[in-house]
Structure formats: C-alpha cells, structure tokens
Write a protein that binds this ligand. Sequence first.
Ligand SMILES: NC(=O)C1=CN([C@@H]2O[C@H](COP(=O)(O)OP(=O)(O)OC[C@H]3O[C@@H](n4cnc5c(N)ncnc54)[C@H](OP(=O)(O)O)[C@@H]3O)[C@@H](O)[C@H]2O)C=CC1
Ligand SMILES: O=C(O)C1=N[C@H](C(=O)O)C[C@H](O)C1
Length: 266
Amino acid sequence: MRLVVVGAAGRMGRTLIRTVAEANGARLVAAVERPGAAAIGSDAGLLAGIDELGVPVTDDALTAFASADGVLDFTTPAASVTFSEFAAQARIVHVIGTTGCGPADEARFDAAARHAVMVKSGNMSLGVNLIAGLARRAAAALGEEFDIEIVEMHHRHKVDAPSGTALLLGEAVAEGRGVDLGAASVRVRDGHTGPRAVGSIGFATLRGGSVIGEHSVIFAGEGERVELVHRAEDRSIFARGAVKAALWGFGRNPGRYSMADVLGLT
Ligand SMILES: NC(=O)C1=CN([C@@H]2O[C@H](COP(=O)(O)OP(=O)(O)OC[C@H]3O[C@@H](n4cnc5c(N)ncnc54)[C@H](OP(=O)(O)O)[C@@H]3O)[C@@H](O)[C@H]2O)C=CC1
Ligand SMILES: O=C(O)C1=N[C@H](C(=O)O)C[C@H](O)C1
C-alpha cells in the first residue's frame, strides 16, 4: 500500500515515517509539510532519524495524494479538514489521528467520507481502545452510584483539552450509562462548586514535561474505587495503529470507521 505521511516533521509525523519504513505491506511514497516549513526538500528518512528513503518532503499534498493509496494524518483540525477533501478527491484511505476537532470539522469529515475510506480516532493504540470497551461495560455494570472521573496528563506542547482519548473514554462511559456525554460532562471546577451532581462525568487535565499520554477512568463508589489506567510509553503505539488502520481500510467501501472497527472490538 502506498502511503503519504502529512505533518511529516511533527512528533507523530516522524514516528509515522519510521513505522511505515518498517511495516510489511506498506511503503512511504510521499511526506508532506506546510508551505514554508523548514523540512521542505529534506529526505523523509533523515528527518525521522533513520536511513535516507529517497522521499523528499513536499508541500504539494494534492499531487502526493494522486499517486497514493492512503494518507496518515496527525496534524491540526484545519489541516485535517483540507486533507479530507483531497483524500475524497483521490478516493483513498484517510487515517486521522488529529484531536481537538469541533462539530463543524466533523461535518466536513462526514461529507468527505462519502468518497474516502476514513478511519478517525482520538487514540490509535490497542490498549486505549481495549480499555474503552472495558470502561463502557464497567459504567453499565456499576451505575450512577459510582462517580466517574476521567483524568489525563500530556506533555507541555499539547494544545487541546480534554485530550481526544479522554473524550473517547467519556463517550464510552456515557454509552455504557445510556446518557449523552455533552449533557453529563463537567470539564471545569473552580470556586464554590457545590456537591458533585449525581450522574455527572468529570474531566481533569494535567499538562507538563514530556509525558506521552496517560489516562485514568476512575469509578468512585461508597467505600470502594475501580480504576482503568493506560500509560503510553512510546508514540510508536499510535503509529502502528495508524498503519494497521490504513491496511485494514485499503479496498473497503467509503465511509467513516473507528479503531474499534479496525481492531475488531465492536
Ligand atoms: N489519535 C492518536 O492516537 C494520536 C493523536 N495525536 C494528535 O495528533 C496531532 C499532532 O500531534 P503531534 O505530532 O504531537 O503535533 P506536532 O505539532 O508535533 O505535529 C503536527 C505537524 O503537522 C504540521 N502541520 C500543520 N498544519 C499543516 C498543514 N496544513 N500541512 C502540512 N503539515 C501541517 C505541523 O507543522 P507546523 O509545526 O509548521 O505547524 C507539525 O509538523 C494532535 O492533534 C495530537 O493530539 C497525537 C498522538 C496520538
Ligand atoms: O497530543 C498528543 O500527544 C496525544 N494526543 C492524543 C489525545 O489527544 O488523546 C493521543 C495521545 O494521548 C497523545
């Protein structure tokens, strides 16, 4: 499968280049950065800290997509929306790991997915998608007598909060309880908040240092507490999931898919 990595110079972009170079059944055919980026023209392999791959970084995404089968995209919401339209034109697989996307972005993704095979997830790792399923079951089994809090910590460079993973886990527990996450979630507490509202789903965000990504779903009951925890130790877990998603999507009908679909966890 011929793959393009967009956002090639980013933390995930470089990890993706290394992961594709090692993958069976996929090869890197283009690496894309934004116009004016310092990496334009440099070799993608050297940029990612491995041997030269003979693939120069370009800012011409449309041309890159025209001779590819799929694109791996961990960039920004605005860039991912643009890339989704290019992927739809080229009718290829678009794997989106970008987080912080709003409802208007999601509507554009839905439109693009009429023509592209789109796999989008706030977390591409096997471990997180596994605990999302466990969290859904735990929320259903424990009920509203157990207060749910979702705590996450990431590196100091992260720009969106709560993380895409925290929201994915929030959707899972809301589904388990049969409630709407938007209505139940409490994202900020400050000052005299009063007692905790029964049934609310709380989020707490920590940022600092070089933490790759840590998430806990806490079910706090009267006299006992259950916690599901995931700690990412290396960004390659996300990149391997993204490559798996691309290979899974190759040859499928256009539409929107999740990592749970890819991993057979639905
Ligand atoms: N779903 C998952 O499993 C995971 C998701 N993520 C998400 O992936 C995203 C990226 O994370 P990370 O790699 O840490 O961020 P970085 O900021 O390190 O990388 C993003 C890269 O995309 C580039 N970029 C931005 N706009 C464009 C554009 N229009 N065309 C081409 N390139 C562009 C940036 O360039 P510039 O610096 O010049 O702006 C940068 O090099 C985030 O939303 C993060 O939350 C991260 C890890 C796992
Ligand atoms: O920005 C990151 O780094 C990460 N973002 C994703 C998120 O928002 O959950 C996934 C992972 O935790 C790393």
